[in-house]
Design a protein around this ligand. Structure first.
Ligand code: NAP
Length: 311
């Protein structure tokens, strides 16, 4: 029997509707949440992401503004901009779109964001809050993964969870959230011995590696829940064939566009997993939905408004 498909678009839609209702109530009370996005230079992928984020703000009623310093911007110039955004009461969330140009000290810029407005949850203070289970802002993709599990009623407490990938953005915060939710967690990386064997222990397997279709059937215990975070552009025919041979929809997209988006999980895993997130349409939509939720959360935490717990 094939796996249940965990529909990220549907879950993200639920969260956006909840966020829109909260934004409406806050706006009526004169506290419209606001997000400032800083996009330095002209990275085409970053421009697409930022467009998606500002459009999502419009849809849920969050005030948004975009700052676009030139590619040649210095660390000092960006620090001045961040200081200004930190000071402004209208701005609840500050998002610095990465990567920043090489002349900029990215860590210094991210550290300058007021932790109370750090809607990406990357500031060491928020990282510390997460690891000590204090209220704070949690990185969007990991928070989205937990929403998928919770809203799909997949048990976490007491389960074996394996997170493949240990980045500060995805792997580590996901592992921390799973620990906080009482899973027994193993974190894997490029030096892990017998990766398939370790992954096969998982009741919940999170793949955040950045390698198209690397997680094959032999990595997955039958019936496990598989969360595929990977977003990889496949452009080579041989790789396409390894992943999508015999899939007419993908074939057509690949022929017209010359590329297709693949997760870290091989599509054949859907034949052994109990539940699986698709790519596209799985974790991706949650990331933006959680950015919206984080902006409202930041606005409430900063203003001392009690929070609704999510459904
Ligand atoms: P990253 O910073 O490149 O981290 C990748 C992790 O995978 C590292 O910990 C690395 O190990 C590990 N890894 C790489 N090759 C491996 C291998 N052969 N065996 C075992 N482990 C291996 O990537 P990231 O930012 O976490 O992103 C991971 C993926 O998620 C990417 O495809 C990215 O595009 C995607 N992503 C998606 C969303 C979304 O919204 N859906 C958001 C963020 C990221 P080492 O630490 O040992 O190098």
């Amino acid at each position: 029997m094939g796996a249940i498909i965990l529909d990220g678009n549907r879950i993200a839609g639920e969260i956006r509707a909840e966020v829109a209702a909260e934004v409406k109530a806050m706006t009526s009370a004169g506290m419209r949440p606001g997000l400032a996005v800083v996009l330095v230079g002209h990275n085409p992928a970053s421009e697409v992401y930022v467009r998606g984020k500002t459009k999502a703000c419009e849809e849920v009623g969050i005030y948004s503004e975009k700052h676009t310093p030139a590619e040649s911007a210095t660390t000092e110039e960006l620090l001045t901009l961040i200081a200004d955004l930190n000071r402004r009461d209208q701005i609840d969330g500050i998002l610095v779109q990465l990567p920043l140009p090489p002349q900029v000290d990215s860590k210094k810029v991210l550290l300058a964001v007021d932790p109370a407005k750090d809607v990406d949850g990357f500031h060491p203070m928020n990282v510390g809050f997460l690891s000590t289970q204090r209220p704070g802002l949690v990185p969007c993709t990991p928070a989205g993964i937990m929403e998928i599990l919770r809203r799909s009623k997949i048990p976490v407490a007491g389960q074996e969870a394996v997170v493949a990938g240990r980045s500060d953005i995805v792997g580590k915060p996901t592992a921390m959230l799973l620990i906080n939710a009482n899973a027994t967690v193993t974190v894997c990386h490029s030096k892990t011995r017998d990766l398939p064997g370790v992954c096969r222990r998982a009741d919940i397997l999170v793949a955040a590696i950045g390698r198209a279709g690397m997680v094959t059937r032999e990595y997955v215990k039958p019936g496990a829940t598989v969360i595929d975070v990977g977003m990889n552009q496949v452009t080579e025919r041989a790789e396409f064939e390894r992943l999508f041979a015999g899939n007419p929809k993908r074939e057509e997209a690949f022929r017209t566009k010359g590329s297709t988006l693949a997760g870290d999980v091989h599509p054949a895993v859907a034949e052994v997993a109990g539940a699986i997130t698709p790519v596209p349409g799985g974790v991706g939509p949650l990331t933006i939905a959680m950015l919206m939720a984080n902006t409202v959360r930041a606005a409430k935490l900063r203003r001392g408004v009690p929070e609704l717990s999510r459904a």
